[in-house]
Design a protein around this ligand. Structure first.
Ligand SMILES: NC(=O)c1ccc[n+]([C@@H]2O[C@H](COP(=O)([O-])OP(=O)(O)OC[C@H]3O[C@@H](n4cnc5c(N)ncnc54)[C@H](OP(=O)(O)O)[C@@H]3O)[C@@H](O)[C@H]2O)c1
Length: 319
């Protein structure tokens, strides 16, 4: 089967499509014939070596987290899926390898694709959708009628976050760049702020949750825009100001400062995916798709993602 791999860290040009053996089906594994995958920024951060501390440097290295396809075969202990089922999921951190014609994924990672979408839209959902859901639900403790601000609302994660917060009955303010206001408003945002013209951190509206989907602000910059017990949730916990905010929080709460900073680190898993699938079935969640590339164009897909300008998700057509 064809699979994308790297034999060193480097620019998009080092991505190679090679013939590799089909994966063996494990006891609780599901062999999926992949139809579509999608690009997430973590894929090119692994490729260029900037995450080698977490993902190691063992080559050849397979890439890609998101899959959508058909079940080809199941392991003896698999109970939830059968041959021919349409499934989607986020591969585990250790296995990865979604840019391939076949993957073997543990059944706990998969969910059935809702009947009202195809493999393409399904492949857009797993990593980015799970990140948005877990950021708002688990870290942000989102409740109905909360006021939620999503920074980076036109990106893969942010475009899901706007819709998930809206579906939960929240008032949603979406922050995006010039030119993205229209697609972002179409996702259901109540208010759209163009970050190139206005700085939400200098405005007064207090938010219960500020979800920094692109991780470009800090807790100290935006803290004044949070309600008394508001939560700032970020996808990129690597800024010294945020780490200081996290470490100092117990001390600050002694003085009645109850605003919180939380980091999201997406967990793969079928349970949360089934919640997202339900929203899709109810027509409350629909992936925002920017471009589709073929597997052989994977280098161009990575290069485009690295521009940081994608409007929603970048798909890879595999089968
Ligand atoms: N911790 C985790 O578990 C986790 C999970 C998923 C993703 N992440 C990280 O989260 C980040 C976002 O992921 P993604 O998939 O959403 O990326 P993405 O789709 O590549 O994000 C692109 C979008 O970001 C917007 N953007 C860029 N700079 C901005 C700014 N200063 N303010 C507001 N919007 C801005 C762009 O809009 P304009 O063109 O209008 O600027 C574009 O639409 C990545 O760094 C990724 O690695 C972390």
């Amino acid at each position: 089967m064809k699979a994308v791999l790297i034999r060193e860290f480097g620019p998009p040009a080092i991505l190679r499509t090679e013939e590799v053996p089909r994966p063996e089906v494990s006891e609780t594994g599901v062999l999926v014939r992949v139809r579509y995958s999608s690009v997430n920024p973590v894929d090119w951060k692994i490729r260029n070596g900037s995450l080698r501390l977490f993902y190691g440097a063992k080559f050849p290295m397979r890439l890609g987290f998101d899959i959508a396809g058909e079940v080809e075969e199941t392991g003896p202990s698999v109970t939830r899926f059968g041959k021919g089922d349409r499934v989607f999921g986020m591969m585990g951190y250790r296995v990865r390898g979604a840019y391939a014609e076949y993957v073997c994924a543990d059944e706990s990672l998969l969910a059935v694709i809702p009947g009202n979408i195809g493999f393409d839209e399904a492949a857009a959902i797993p990593l980015a959708g799970l990140t948005a859901y877990q950021a708002l639900q688990d870290k942000g403790e989102m409740k109905e009628h909360n006021s939620v601000l999503v920074n980076g609302a036109s990106g893969g994660v942010g475009s899901f976050a706007v819709q998930i917060a809206k579906a939960a009955g929240c008032h949603v303010t979406a922050v995006c760049g010039t030119g993205n206001a229209e697609p972002v408003a179409a996702l259901g945002a109540d208010r759209v702020i163009d970050y190139r013209k206005e700085d939400f951190a200098k405005m007064t509206a207090p938010y219960d949750i500020i979800f920094d989907a692109v991780g470009v602000r800090t807790f100290f910059q935006v803290g004044r825009c949070l309600t008394k017990e508001g939560r700032y949730v970020t996808t990129l916990p690597n800024k010294p100001a945020d780490i200081a905010g996290f470490v100092l929080r117990p001390f600050l709460s002694l003085f009645g400062y109850e605003k919180r900073i939380r980091f999201v680190n997406v967990r793969p898993g079928g349970e949360d995916l089934r919640r997202l699938a339900l929203l899709v079935e109810e027509n409350k969640l629909s992936p925002l798709i920017d471009r589709t590339y073929e597997l052989k164009e994977i280098a161009a897909a990575h290069a485009y993602s690295e521009t940081g300008r994608a409007k929603g998700k970048i798909l890879i057509q595999v089968g």
